[in-house]
Design a protein around this ligand. Sequence first.
Ligand SMILES: Nc1ncnc2c1ncn2[C@@H]1O[C@H](COP(=O)(O)OP(=O)(O)OP(=O)(O)O)[C@@H](O)[C@H]1O
Ligand SMILES: [Mg+2]
Length: 378
Amino acid sequence: MSAAAIAERGDAGAVAGATTSRPVVAVEKLNHYFGGGEARNQVLFDNGIEIPAGQLVVMTGPSGAGKTTLLTLIGALRSVQEGRIEVLGRNLSQLGGGELVEIRRDIGFVFQMHNLFEALSAYENVKMAAQLADMPPAEMRRRGTGILERLGLGHRIDYKPRFLSGGERQRVAIGRALVNHPKLVLADEPTAALDRDSTRNVIDLLKQQTVEHGSAVMMVTHDHRIISSADRLVHMVDGHIMSDVVLHDALRICEFLRPIELFKALTPRQLTDVAERMTKRHYAASETVIREGEPGEEFFLVSDGEVDVIRADHEVARLGAGDFFGEVALLSGEPRNATVVAVNGVDTYVLGKSDFQTALATSQSFRDQLYRVYFMRH
Ligand SMILES: Nc1ncnc2c1ncn2[C@@H]1O[C@H](COP(=O)(O)OP(=O)(O)OP(=O)(O)O)[C@@H](O)[C@H]1O
Ligand SMILES: [Mg+2]
């Protein structure tokens, strides 16, 4: 991985490997105001962003920064006052009522107020969206039930919203937004009401939309774990897009490593070096990651999911996101002193033995940190 891990805004299309085709979203010099006269309050200032097909953009920023306002403008749910927004090649300011309805139909919305039809079951709510797209009934049934099952709602297909929990309603709304494989998905904190497994499901589904259907996804979230799936991070403060970076693997790993105690000792350069040497690896539920007695060749960091550490047939620890293992054998040169098994599906970042040793050699404080944990675990 080259040092050019960060691509500035505007290069985004090229970096994401998109062709020269037009971006799904193009925003230019966008200002927005609420209120009028004395009370007029500017909430968006000169914002610009281009989102190519296939990109999963995660937007973060403090409350009141203008994230929802920007999303609703792009979704044609609010009128553009100043500046220009083009969505799927259409300039929103030039569209009439009917055309706006049409363009909204091409967008999958997941907003905080999920607006499910109370009189309709979960499946019927999803089906409504599919009907709008003129899908043949058999295909509608297959996709509608398929997506609800993927979202863990197979047992809730015929329930009306009032019999569903907040998180279940949220997932129905997500199913409805995605059933037509829209070219653009706008999601405002789609995982806020969800537990870990549901969050994972939703993110996987959104990721799949970008990879398999070339959808662009713009998602507001405060959930740090989602960053590991993002292609790009946009940070908004006080109505301004303050930073906008396309993440390559190394940079994404860096973002993940940065808040972890063990890696705080590293300088940004050292952190990037470690991240560039790490590879991502997935383990299925119950799969063995390392086995007691075998030689230690790799160091592992859990990025999502959980593992059980088992010694002499007893579980001694359960580790989750941000935890690491495998360092003991690498530090001592002895065989693995424990077996580690994935609980559910788990994503890890893996560092090979020699790269691990290089990292140790680069930073005294990294070494100190590791030895501290090493002795605690012995
Ligand atoms: N309908 C409205 N009328 C007047 N002011 C509004 C309206 N909606 C939002 N605002 C103001 O615009 C600013 C941006 O709000 P917005 O909802 O876009 O923020 P946000 O970044 O989505 O915040 P949060 O993380 O809390 O959802 C805030 O100062 C808010 O008070
Ligand atoms: Mg908001």
